[in-house]
Design a protein around this ligand. Structure first.
Ligand code: MN
Ligand code: MN
Length: 417
């Protein structure tokens, strides 16, 4: 073993980079045991100063190649900006389950929090409300959603995969899975400290109000409330809802329906931008008037790049729906960090910190960008370069005047164009 250590000591990282492939293969052949296994993880990181003795968590390293060996452009300490729903505890009830990623799990995510929820066919997320606005996207199946606004106006509708809803702060609502197999969806709230387990539930409230007060409130006998559950239902199994049109008419009797719909059919919306590299749907209050939260739903084809950019008006909360990608966040002061993302991962970028997202897999990468602002805004590196005097830009970067002249004048959003 001592001899092998000595062999390695003669080969610095710089030397390895300078070796021809034959010499590199010969160097690799001298490896034994753990060392060979370690080298297999990344053929270009075989020098002794990069060897990681002892046990390694192979699957986690394989999922996070840019953490295992970061690009040489990464530098310094950047606050962690990734957390996976796969690490969050599921609360399982008779009608489904839920789990959350908030500022408690991901401390940098101060402005927004996310919740995944699965409801069976007939499973109900109990009637409730909360201080925060609730934005949602249906990921699987269908649901019936209901709400009542401050004028007593009713909202009842069915939402399908890819569609959105927005419940304003304080507006009471419910979600119920439909046939054949219920649904799964993502909720996003406009406060990082939101807690799905501390919302105002109708059963919890009534269980903590004197029965004689409930009786007086509705002018009925106290025994009317004998069957109110002693503990919250939260998510529970029951039968499927009634006919949609009949339930809409019942809710609207006397007061009518909400004037601006709480749902948005993003599944059938024409993309805001399409390029060879993918497409983006931008949904903010310009087209979904009730929302105080703006969103971009991005699809990157293999090799596609969400171009270098930043957002001048809000932090960005991300959720990865499918595929594999990586993102580098430049945090100023010569600090930058690259992390890898896949389905169920949450990413977070503070306001005005520049970043890109690259599809590193062999299938489409689909993710959403969320912002606690009603108006979506971004500034891209390319549009900055195109619209600054080219002489001045070239004096900084030396890329050549023709490169600057050829940058498209309109923001491309996704490369290749
Ligand atoms: Mn809610
Ligand atoms: Mn962004």
């Amino acid at each position: 073993m001592a001899d092998i250590e000595n062999d390695y000591a003669k080969v610095s990282r710089r030397d390895v980079f300078g070796l021809g492939s034959a010499a590199l293969a010969a160097a690799t052949l001298t490896m034994v045991g753990e060392r060979a296994a370690n080298a297999q993880q990344s053929a270009s990181h075989t020098a002794p100063n990069e060897f990681n003795p002892g046990q390694v968590n192979g699957p986690l390293a394989a999922e996070n190649p840019d953490s295992e060996w970061s690009p040489s452009t990464d530098s310094g300490t950047v606050k962690p900006f990734k957390y996976s729903f796969a690490l969050a505890r599921k609360r399982v009830e008779s009608g489904g389950w839920t789990r959350q990623v908030t500022a408690r799990e991901l401390p940098i995510s101060t402005t927004m929090a996310g919740v995944e929820m699965r409801l069976t066919a007939g499973g109900v997320r109990e009637l409730h409300w909360h201080v925060e606005a609730e934005w949602a996207i249906m990921l699987y199946g269908s649901a019936r959603i209901t709400a009542v606004d401050q004028e007593g106006r009713s909202f009842v509708n069915d939402v399908n995969k890819g569609d959105l809803w927005l419940f304003p702060p304080g507006v009471p609502h419910s979600i119920q899975g439909l046939g054949p197999d219920g649904c799964k969806f993502l909720l996003v709230f406009d406060d990082g400290n939101f807690d799905e387990f501390h919302t105002f539930l109708i059963t919890d409230w009534l269980a903590h109000t004197p029965k004689e007060v409930l009786a007086k409130n509705l002018d009925v006998p106290p025994s009317t409330f004998d069957k109110v559950p002693k503990r919250e239902l939260f998510i529970f199994q029951t039968g499927l809802p009634g006919d949609l049109k009949a339930e809409q008419a019942q809710g609207a009797l006397g007061t009518g329906s909400v004037p601006k719909s709480y749902d948005f059919k993003a599944s059938t919306m024409k993309p805001t931008k399409v390029t060879r590299g993918g497409e983006v749907k931008i949904i903010d209050s310009k087209i979904f008037p009730v929302t105080p939260i703006s969103a971009a739903i991005v699809t990157l084809k293999p090799g596609g790049l969400r171009e270098l950019h930043w957002h001048p008006n809000a932090d960005e909360w991300q959720y990865y729906i499918t595929g594999k990608g990586r993102m580098t966040v430049f945090a100023a002061g010569s600090t930058a960090r690259t992390m890898d993302f896949e389905e169920g991962d949450v990413g977070y970028i503070p306001i005005s910190n520049p970043h890109y997202i690259e599809n590193t897999g062999d299938s489409d990468l689909v993710f959403i960008e969320m912002f606690r602002t009603s108006e979506y805004q971004d500034i891209s590196l390319a549009e900055w370069m195109a619209h600054t005097p080219h002489l001045l830009m070239n004096q900084h970067l030396g890329v050549g005047m023709s490169v600057l002249d050829n940058i498209p004048k309109d923001e491309v959003v996704i490369r290749p164009v």
